[in-house]
Design a protein around this ligand. Structure first.
Ligand SMILES: C[S@@+](CC[C@H](N)C(=O)[O-])C[C@H]1O[C@@H](n2cnc3c(N)ncnc32)[C@H](O)[C@@H]1O
Length: 204
């Protein structure tokens, strides 16, 4: 199992994901799950923007978050130290997953993806990244990478509000990055609902 502490230390207090800033400006939510919260930069940003957050990570370092919150803000943070592979998710307005769920054991990825969908409230959102099939980690059997067609299939149940493909080589270490920035809305179509207002009630 990979140790993420060094990464978490390195990214502590980094600038917040632009995707999250964009999302929060545009869409109204009250609560969120930060799946694979790492050093908690996005969790802290959301709490400071009056969102209640459940921060989840297998290697949870609560202090990374707590030391940046005042007493009032601490009332809006909940922690859960759990693996993606065993997680139970409570219902939420948005699941954010920044550079995290690609590291779920691939045997459990589809199950995790379904749990995320089930947890999101009607008219709620998924915001995060999936890795692409041209990423430098494409041959790593422990990391999930997908073609654009596969990503579109994963997003079939959602209304896709943003699906940007990002591809570049990082100069510092020559790492090839290929990932998708995603904002997707869980819109329940009338036909998907069990309650059909047009159905006739037949009484004997
Ligand atoms: C690349 S970091 C991203 C952290 C943060 N979201 C960010 O954007 O900086 C991935 C995070 O996911 C967590 N993680 C990786 N695999 C996991 C798993 N199978 N279950 C739960 N957490 C996991 C790691 O501990 C790490 O904090």
């Amino acid at each position: 199992m990979k140790d993420w502490l060094e990464y978490q230390n390195k990214t502590y207090n980094n600038s917040v994901s632009k995707l999250l800033v964009y999302f929060l400006k545009k869409y109204k939510i009250n609560n969120a799950i930060d799946l694979g919260c790492g050093s908690g930069n996005e969790t802290v940003y959301m709490i400071k923007n009056r969102v209640k957050v459940t921060a989840i990570d297998r290697q949870l370092n609560k202090n990374f978050v707590l030391e940046r919150l005042n007493d009032k803000e601490k009332e809006n943070i909940f922690f859960c130290e759990e693996d993606f592979e065993n997680i139970q998710l409570e219902s939420t307005d948005v699941v954010i997953a920044f550079f995290s769920i690609p590291f779920c054991n691939p045997k459990h990825f589809d199950e995790l993806w379904d749990k995320i969908y089930d947890a999101i409230n009607e008219n709620g959102y998924f915001v995060g990244q999936l890795f692409g099939d041209r990423d430098g980690w494409k041959d790593n059997e422990l990391i999930n990478t997908f073609t654009i067609k596969e990503v579109e299939a994963y997003l079939k149940r959602y209304k896709v509000l943003k699906l940007d493909e990002i591809e570049y080589v990082r100069e510092s270490d020559n790492k090839k990055w290929h990932f998708y920035n995603i904002i997707a809305k869980k819109e329940i179509k009338m036909n998907d609902n069990k309650t059909n207002t047009n159905s006739k009630v037949v009484r004997n």
